[in-house]
Design a protein around this ligand. Structure first.
Ligand code: MG
Length: 260
């Protein structure tokens, strides 16, 4: 390189440096401060389990008006409401919400009766289907089961995503004590050809303890074989399972949801 061109290159380099410095000097603290969008104000409830101001209440202790029978959606949910709680009716089948949801935060309380009998999967089995995909047990099941000193496969215990992942902790309370699920659900998204674009994700607090931390689901629950995403779907109802085991039926109360 000749001396002249070296000088030219050097001076161009210095000019470039000067511009970069000028840009650096012009940067202001306001540049990285955002004022919109303003987050919506939500009044937290005094007790952590009561519905906050913007929640859709799915069960408030009075009736099952928000629920229908899964096998025949024109039929109102037939499970019995008594003393502010409702109990699984094993003769009638699963129930699900009238309304469909996409991404949400959900709170639900459930009770294994103190006199529960049976063992393994046949001891207080129910389930919260985070998205119901139709009749029977189609959908993504968050297991409900007595997991207090009750041995079964760990990816089938309470707070497991059934047959997909074991909870990080066993936070189960004794039969006869109310338990809470607080779920954050991110629905899967699909490409135009129906292949999965982004898998479903779930975070779960079981009795206030983080037990699922943004777990990515492999697909809808599969009792036999490996789960996978086979079919695209949009927003879906939330379903509660009437399991066929012979143990005493479990109860629910205080269910609310916040759409995200
Ligand atoms: Mg179940």
């Amino acid at each position: 390189m000749k001396l002249q061109s070296v000088m030219l290159t050097t001076s161009l380099f210095l000019v470039g440096m000067g511009m970069a410095n000028a840009q650096q000097q012009e940067a202001k603290h306001e540049d990285t401060e955002f004022y919109t969008p303003v987050p919506k104000v939500v009044t937290p409830a005094i007790t952590p389990t009561a519905a906050p101001s913007d929640a859709i209440v799915l069960f408030d202790g009075k009736n099952l008006d928000q629920w229908v029978m899964v096998e025949n959606k024109s039929e109102p949910a037939k499970w019995k409401v008594k003393n502010g709680v409702f109990t699984v009716d094993k003769k009638t089948g699963n129930i699900e919400t009238k309304q469909s949801f996409n991404n949400y935060q959900l709170h639900l309380e459930w009770l294994i009766p103190a006199n529960i009998t049976g063992e393994g999967q046949a001891r207080g089995n129910s389930g919260l289907f985070l998205a119901s995909l139709g009749k029977g047990d189609l959908g993504y099941e968050l297991q409900i089961l007595d997991s207090y000193e009750n041995k079964t496969y760990t990816n089938g215990m309470a707070a497991s995503i059934y047959k997909q992942t074991t909870p990080l902790f066993n936070a189960a309370k004794k039969p006869g004590e109310w338990q809470t699920y607080d779920v954050i659900w991110t629905a899967p998204t699909f490409n135009a050809d129906s292949s999965v674009k982004t898998p479903a994700k779930v975070t779960l607090l079981f009795n206030g303890i983080l037990v699922q931390n943004n777990f990515q689901l492999k697909g809808p629950t599969q009792y036999v074989g490996q789960p996978s995403y086979q079919k695209a779907h949009g927003s879906s109802p939330i379903k509660l399972q009437s399991h066929g085991d012979k143990s005493e039926p479990i109860s629910f109360r205080n269910i609310w949801i916040r759409e995200l």
